[in-house]
Design a protein around this ligand. Sequence first.
Ligand code: BGC
Length: 462
Amino acid sequence: LTVSFISPFQLSPETLQEVSARLRKDLLRGLGKHSHHKAPVKMLPTFVRATPDGTEKGDFLALDLGGTNFRVLHVRVEEEAQKVLKMDSQICAIPQEMMLGTGEQLFDHIATCLGDFLESHNLKGQTLPLGFTFSFPCEQLEIDKSILIRWTKGFNCSGVEGKDVVQLLKEAIHRRGDYHIGSVAMVNDTVGTMMSCGYKDQSCEIGMIIGTGTNACYMEEIKNVKRIEGEDGRMCINTEWGGFGDDGCLDDILTEFDVEVDKTSINPGVHIFEKMISGMYLGEIVRLVLVKMTKDKLLFKGQISEALGTRGLFETKFISEIEDGLENAKKILTELGLDWSLVDASVVRLVCDTISSRSAYLCAAALATLVNRIRNNRKLGHLKTTVGVDGTVYRKHPTFSSKLQKAVRLLAPQCDITFLVSEDGSGKGAAMVTAVAQRPAHQSRLLEEKTVYILTPYLQKH
Ligand code: BGC
């Protein structure tokens, strides 16, 4: 009986190959001039065309919104040592009500956190450039003009979708009037991750996040990005792969539990792929399976505790802890007020393992699509590349990264991938992008044939 709950989550290598093939088509839809508009995988240009070349330097501020916490950072980039130093950082809580309140409240709060940080670090008199890691899908029109397409994860503030986020931030700072900021660079967390790893490893041309949400960016040939003028060189594309499946193309692999998680989320119908994978949702999928199994008298003598019966109380971090050891599993089940047996504890571990493995395999399928695409773009028999990765699920889960890596090797056998866990891509990476953005284009050292990411304005075809 337990098997009937588990098996819909177990995807065969053939199914994963099929998922990868479907995403391959969707990448093309997202890149196409006319198909882009309706494409579920948005494939957003990022302006990033060059890697750091070691000449960047200076002090920067960074804001990081969209992951586990909101953070303000002061970062120094040193030219000679080729180092990005995090000088200081501060976490500011964003209360749940604010995540669902008005945009004005949210940006006032951000401006207050930044003001407090500048005050306490004696930076208020300076006008520092600022990298804004804003980890939501944005149509970037210029490096400092970025229109929010839609909120994802836990956010749903009114009056922000369709607006320029930089403008909203500047207006909030202006309302206070007690400090100034310099030029702003908008950065998706995937791009920050790629850039912070690219600083160390020039062959890093993919950034991937598996945390609260999931997404990846990669270096695409400009000639393939039909919405952008130009034929030469490459540009980093923010895929927004979380939106894969929003047109129903993954419906055949969704379980009843995925459908339920989507229905009860604050953004039903969107980011279907993300909802099968990322930390915001994995715990809830496990909880729903456990509740159903308990109702069917397969667990806990048929008794659902109040905690298990409450939406959101089975946290994704419990999955990592439970899979890490049976003792952890017992402790967590006790804390959830459940009357468990040893068999129950083992079954719960199996459920956790099944759902986190599916997440790792789906990510592997998506990543395989990207590396295979890069290999085909360059007409290479064999591709050697590096992926910068970040996110709590990837970092904290005991076996997630190894499962993902093994599955990618299977799905993309002609690609040899090095995985590099980024050191604070959202903070240091944002500073790096800002530093590169400040560099006049003519001073950028173009590295022919290599991955080059230079931030230069580009013309949009429409
Ligand atoms: C957002 C992406 C982001 C990802 C990881 C998704 O919900 O749409 O922009 O990169 O989460 O944080």
